[in-house]
Design a protein around this ligand. Structure first.
Ligand code: ZN
Length: 294
């Protein structure tokens, strides 16, 4: 259905960047030009890592309307989704329905492009969702942003960290858990790169491309099994991010409100006490004068 819609898109404008062909409405030309300019440098770096193994072009369809976007996928996509990559169909659909989505669009588009490049590089092998999403987030954003670190710290403290297998059901997760799943996936790839280097990550994908399963390839390249990896990663995020929960602004805000309230109560109490004492003294004074007159 999507492919038919794309080929029917005769009234759409077209711009080509390497193997990526952008389709968009005429009125969105400037928007698309800006988007293409913004992704150019990071995309070149990404392409250096995922050397091409497929020559077939990828269509990037830009949609401005939420309804049109959902119509393409017959509503069978999560509520929170802004873009979809379909590597086998050689297409990416990107929605730019509001200012916030336009602002995020360079990173989101790079994320989807990474999915296509991972698919091509591993020759379509099945890779775990956490790794696929983690690679897409890592290559489109780098390390975790401050906000993401705080959310991860919060999940650690509240014992809400998801299992890697739970991340496989990403499309069925609600927004809050899906966001956490993406953050965990990104941090897992950041951890692998931080501790073992990019070359090993590259080797893992190359070995998988030779038709080896993920778990077999992982053990062969990293020298330990996936369970060990999960333990190492848990320790890594615990040490690195747990304390960040102290920086949660709302927490301090509530604490500050609490302290201010107590201070206000004490001030009012002391002031009232002082007033009562003054009133008592005023009431006593005339008697003193009478006594003094005796
Ligand atoms: Zn993704």
């Amino acid at each position: 259905m999507l492919i038919c819609s794309l080929t029917d898109a005769g009234d759409l404008h077209k711009k080509v960047r390497g193997d990526f062909i952008f389709y968009f409405k005429k009125q969105d030309s400037l928007l698309v030009k800006r988007l293409m300019d913004k992704i150019e440098t990071p995309l070149k770096n990404i392409e250096k890592f995922f050397t091409r193994s497929s020559d077939s072009p990828v269509t990037v369809l830009i949609i401005k309307s939420e309804t049109e976007f959902r119509k393409y996928f017959r509503n069978q996509i999560p509520e929170w989704s802004q873009a979809i990559a379909m590597p086998e169909e050689r297409s990416i659909v990107l929605k730019l329905a509001n200012a916030d989505q336009i602002k995020k669009s360079p990173q989101i588009l790079l994320h989807e492009i990474v999915h296509v490049l991972v698919f091509d590089y591993t020759r379509g092998r099945i890779i775990p969702t956490w790794l696929n999403e983690g690679l897409a987030e890592y290559f489109s954003e780098g390390t975790l942003s401050f906000d993401k670190k705080i959310l991860l710290a919060d999940a650690i403290v509240q014992k809400r960290v998801l299992d890697f297998t739970a991340i496989d059901t990403l499309a069925h997760l609600d927004y809050i858990r899906a966001r956490l799943a993406y953050i965990q996936a990104q941090s897992a790839v950041v951890f692998l790169v931080d501790r073992y280097g990019r070359a090993k990550l590259h080797a893992l994908l190359s070995y998988m491309a030779e038709n080896h399963s993920f778990y077999g390839a992982f053990k062969k390249i990293y020298g330990f099994d996936f369970l060990d990896f999960e333990i190492q990663w848990n320790e890594y995020i615990y040490k690195r991010y747990r304390w960040l929960v102290l920086l949660k602004f709302e927490q301090w805000l509530f604490a500050a409100i609490g302290i201010l309230f107590i201070i206000a109560v004490i001030i009012v109490y002391l002031r009232n006490k002082k007033k009562i004492r003054e009133l008592e003294e005023q009431e006593v004074e005339p008697e003193d004068q009478i006594d003094g007159g005796r």
